[in-house]
Write a new protein. Structure first.
Length: 230
């Protein structure tokens, strides 16, 4: 609203409405402030509703491989949202991925094998290594999803909007674990604790720390303003 007021003033265009008449700079400022307050309250209300749904054991995210939406009506006949049930066909693929990785196969080898078998990926296309391995810190990727072990985790990431376009950016801040909402959902367990932890241990074992003797460490500048010369 504030941007629109500046834009119209720059082009020497006056705005008149049926209810307000001439909208001057003060009315633009008030309308922009009220709009911002309304949106902030709307976001807070939506997040509270999502958190309440998670605490009740309902899923507040997007699609999750290995599960399908459950259709259930409440007492008033309204459909209950966020209910999941295990997709047995996809759940079998999830168990195979965990077992293969715990046995020593790499995420690239697993993706290649699934593609050779013609197994559709989570989005219907081919599998790739990043879909399987993901990022352990952000709990993304098949091997890092706690839902497969019967734990629903919500609120890990805090997204932000571009102040110019008001669109959500791909960049986000990873919240502290104390801010995460975690709920036990044993009915959604696909992988037992032993296999899940075995895969997690394998991920930790395969981590390659960057040291001064490694190729990455040798090429990295030692000071902020230093330059490496080949």
């Amino acid at each position: 609203m504030a941007w629109l007021g500046k834009k119209l003033a720059y082009h020497r265009v006056q705005l008149h409405t049926v209810s307000e008449g001439h909208v001057d700079e003060i009315k633009f400022a008030v309308a922009g402030l009220l709009g911002s307050i309304f949106l902030k309250h709307l976001v807070d209300k939506t997040l509270r509703g999502m958190e309440a749904a998670v605490l009740a054991g309902r899923f507040a995210g997007g699609r999750a491989y290995g599960y399908k939406r459950m259709v259930r009506l409440d007492a008033s006949g309204e459909m209950q949202r966020g209910l999941l049930e295990i997709d047995e066909a996809q759940a079998g693929i999830v168990r195979r991925i965990f077992a293969w990785f715990a046995a020593g196969m790499s995420s690239i080898q697993i993706a290649t094998r699934l593609n050779e078998e013609g197994v559709p990926g989570p989005r219907g296309g081919q599998w790739n290594a990043s879909t399987i391995r993901g990022d352990p810190k952000k709990l993304v990727g098949i091997l890092n999803n706690p839902l497969y072990a019967g734990r629903l985790v919500w609120g890990r990431r805090q997204w932000r909007k571009n102040p110019d376009s008001e669109r959500r950016e791909r960049r986000y801040r990873l919240r502290d674990k104390s801010e995460w909402v975690q709920v036990a959902v044993p009915e959604l367990r696909i992988v037992d604790d032993g296999l899940f932890e075995a895969a997690r241990a394998e991920i930790e074992r395969r981590k390659r720390p960057v040291t001064a003797s490694s190729s990455v460490g040798s090429k990295r500048a030692k000071h902020m303003l230093s330059v490496s010369v080949a």
